[in-house]
Design a protein around this ligand. Structure first.
Ligand SMILES: Cc1cc2nc3c(=O)[nH]c(=O)nc-3n(C[C@H](O)[C@H](O)[C@H](O)COP(=O)(O)OP(=O)(O)OC[C@H]3O[C@@H](n4cnc5c(N)ncnc54)[C@H](O)[C@@H]3O)c2cc1C
Length: 262
């Protein structure tokens, strides 16, 4: 296990193309010793790819026998995108401990899931794990992902309008809410998710314990701005036995590199 608390160094063992924009990465190796699943079906890890300091979040698609599977969407540009687009097998990445958010109340009699391509790994895992109430899914995706969700789930496939646009807000506004207690889980672009939370609270008047609406990504015109995070530089320097002065010199160099890159 990594000497850094709650961080694990893992090797990319396999890379498979699931669909046009979705790449499955299987991570493994001794560095994952001690990694555990929370058992919460939308659990995620932070992923830091080689040569980067900032993390991006990815759903634990599965964790079995020492292998951690992440399904990564390849966007037009992006820090992880540009790495995952290439052959990355053999690379060593860092993942953080898993955390989850999905909390369906025991009295829930229905479950509705909605999201874009980045939400598909979580929606698939949730649908696989919740077997005792009817599950409905709305998926706004550009790829053919028939077979990605369990066969008995009622799925509405919505075309992805592209360019980071989404019609999901309109779909939520037009929803016929089932009778009785249930649970609504949704993930997508952060600003849109904020508006949807307001709608659920003010118009639908769902109790907050009956929905979970998560901002998975922020719409920007290019790569998300990346300030260099000093934490990993500090920890790597300490682990290498460097002095504080040397570590801050490394940090300055990383920032300069970042500015030149940008
Ligand atoms: C809890 C959680 C779980 C997540 N699980 C997954 C997962 O399992 N698989 C997965 O692929 N993603 C997942 N995401 C979303 C992922 O973290 C973001 O999409 C992230 O920004 C991708 O990083 P990047 O380095 O490729 O692109 P960035 O450098 O972060 O962004 C580059 C550009 O791409 C744009 N962009 C980012 N995401 C999207 C998008 N969905 N649609 C259109 N444009 C986009 C940005 O606006 C920006 O312009 C999850 C996020 C959270 C918070």
């Amino acid at each position: 296990m990594s000497t850094r608390a709650n961080r694990y160094d893992a090797e990319v063992l396999r890379r498979e193309q699931v669909s046009d924009h979705l790449v499955r990465l299987t991570l493994g190796g001794d560095g994952l010793t001690g990694f555990t699943s929370t058992g919460i079906p939308d659990e995620w890890v932070g992923l830091v790819v080689p040569g980067q300091f900032q993390s991006r979040y990815y759903t634990v698609r599965s964790w079995t026998g020492g292998e951690l599977v992440l399904d990564v969407v390849v966007h037009d540009v992006g820090l992880v995108t540009e790495w995952a687009r290439r052959t990355c097998v053999g690379d060593v990445v860092t993942v953080t401990a898993a955390r989850g958010s999905f909390a369906m109340p025991p009295e829930a009699r229905w479950l509705m899931l909605m999201g874009d391509l980045t939400a598909m790994p979580a929606m698939a895992r949730i649908a696989e794990s919740v077997r005792d109430v009817p599950v409905r899914v709305w998926a706004e995706v550009p790829d053919d992902l028939a077979g990605y969700l369990p066969g008995d789930v009622d799925v509405t496939w919505l075309p992805d309008p592209g360019d980071g646009h989404s019609e999901l807000a309109a779909v939520v506004e037009a929803l016929d809410w089932p009778e009785g207690d249930g649970y609504f889980w949704m993930a997508g672009e952060s600003a849109q998710m904020r508006a949807i939370r307001k709608h659920l609270m003010r118009e639908v008047k769902l109790p907050t314990s009956h929905y979970d609406v998560m901002g998975y990504w922020r719409a920007t015109s290019g790569r998300q701005p990346r300030a260099v995070d000093p934490g990993p530089v500090w920890r790597a320097g300490k682990a290498a036995g460097k002095t504080d002065e040397q570590i801050w010199a490394d940090y300055d160099a990383a920032q300069t590199e970042e500015a030149n890159d940008g």
